[in-house]
Design a protein around this ligand. Sequence first.
Ligand code: IDP
Length: 139
Amino acid sequence: MATNRTFTMIKPDAVANGHIGAILNDIIAGGFKIVAMKYIQLSTETAGAFYAVHKERPFYGELVNFMTSGPIVAAILEKDNAVEDFRTLIGATNPADAAEGTIRNKYAKSIDANAVHGSDSDENAQIEGAFFFSQFERF
Ligand code: IDP
């Protein structure tokens, strides 16, 4: 079922480099409405569970270490065609391949420290949003 919501995280590299405000500006300028948001630091257990789908991939340990290395901003965003439009706004996983003007092109340094997360399907957007926010924390 198509939805009009996606889930994002501003990752530890972008937070540490002072890009929270600029990235939120880009998100809002891109037509997204913030429907839930929190500033937190992930534990190894929480990051490991969130990225469990990547457990067998060679970079899983590195990814969990990185995602627990500092605070993040987690948010649920709303817009028509949210998942696809947000993936376009953030650009390719590897910032070296990310289109000019995309968030990863502007604020990411490497394929692992790539500034932002964006859900890759409507189903995952729902699962990921519910992973971080209770029903009392979202509109
Ligand atoms: P996505 O975030 O663009 O959907 P995925 O392939 O789902 O990309 O990978 C999830 C995250 O894992 C990426 O955002 C990135 O932080 C990390 N990652 C992906 N590929 C690599 C890699 O080859 N080395 C290290 N980290 C990686």
